[in-house]
Design a protein around this ligand. Structure first.
Ligand SMILES: [Fe+2]
Length: 343
């Protein structure tokens, strides 16, 4: 049967693969599982052909090693069928570009680092079609996030404050600043379409984070409805207090039975100006991973759990996107009251 929805997506996927610098004669592998969107598989397959690349669509069995539902959480634990199969891994290592259409991706699965070390580029895609199209990256996004990375690299302290009461001091030494720009154009590069963000992996931070109404809790894809205060000491969450969402977070930390559940992980700020804060309210939870929330321009995004720079493996990954923060890196204010200082 002719699949009209994938044809509708073909132009966007082709533009995305051009941004990933797919060239004629390169090898593209479209990786999926039975629960992946078939229209995305077809669109990625057609886009690779349109770029003149060799293409293989590889579907592997579903099933996650993580003790939580595979509901586009962003935890990125990978699929057991790939983690346990060297033939699947060899296929991915031999590709120039992998279009990862699995429901959770592999960002926190150590095998992904092995695949990237082979020079493979990986682009992960799992948000809804109009989210992808609205937030289709621009080539210049990379230069802008790299400016933020350079700033973090030459600085020693990041301070985050908000009218709601957040006051967090973050030590940047050894924090390995990174970025996402929505396309993977360099060998060995992983990226996520859509995304535009600057981030780092600090170990030590101290102070308090106060979540305000309208901040977004991921992977739950829920807005904060009453303020939550988290006391942070040495990069660990010592105390959580507040309303209903405080109870949700406390229960998550408790139930995870994970030594790193209360440890802070990556943090940074979003630069995706096309992102829509309302997306979390407007889509079903299974339609989104939530990159609108994770990357909207001027947010402060922080997380818990897995921390590859410190060798912490964990499935207890929260991403929390805050509005209204002021983020200062040494003496440079990059976000002022939730707005990008550079406009
Ligand atoms: Fe994250």
């Amino acid at each position: 049967m002719f699949d009209l929805s994938s044809v509708d997506l073909l132009d966007a996927f082709t533009r995305e693969l051009h941004l990933c610098k797919v060239r004629s004669g390169e090898h593209v592998v479209v990786l999926s599982e039975p629960g992946s969107r078939g229209d995305y598989v077809a669109a990625a397959f057609g886009a690779a052909k349109a770029c003149g690349a060799h293409v293989i669509a590889a579907t592997v069995p579903g099933g996650s090693p993580a003790p939580m539902p595979s509901t586009h959480t962003g935890a990125g634990p990978g699929l057991v069928s790939v983690l346990n199969d060297s033939t699947a891994q060899d296929l991915l290592k031999s590709a120039d570009l992998v279009v990862d259409l699995t429901r959770e991706g592999f960002i926190h699965a150590p095998v992904q680092q092995e695949i990237l070390r082979a020079g493979t580029r990986i682009i992960f895609v799992c948000d809804a079609p109009d989210v992808l199209i609205r937030n289709l990256p621009k080539e210049g996004d990379k230069a802008e996030v790299l400016e933020g990375v350079d700033l973090l690299k030459r600085s020693s302290v990041m301070r985050v404050t908000s009218e709601a009461g957040t006051d967090l001091t973050v030590q940047l030494a050894g924090s390995k600043p990174e970025f996402q720009c929505g396309f993977a154009d360099d060998p060995g590069r992983w990226d996520h379409w859509p995304s535009t963000m600057v981030m780092c992996w600090p170990e030590i931070s101290d102070g308090q984070i106060v979540l305000a109404e309208g901040d977004i809790l991921l992977p739950f894809k829920e807005y904060v409805r009453s303020p939550v205060t988290l006391q942070i000491s040495g990069g660990h969450i010592e105390k959580v207090s507040g309303g209903a969402e405080a109870e949700l977070l406390s229960t998550f930390f408790e139930d995870a039975r994970d030594q790193w559940a209360r440890s802070l992980s990556h943090m940074g700020w979003g630069l995706m100006r096309t992102a829509d804060w309302f997306a979390t309210a407007m889509y079903g939870k299974d339609d989104l991973m939530g990159m609108d929330a994770r990357a909207f321009a001027g947010n402060f995004l922080w997380s818990t759990g897995p921390h590859p720079v410190l060798g912490r493996e964990s499935y207890a990954h929260l991403d929390i996107a805050m509005r209204g923060c002021t983020v200062t890196v040494d003496d440079v204010e990059v976000v002022t009251g939730g707005k990008l200082t550079g406009g």
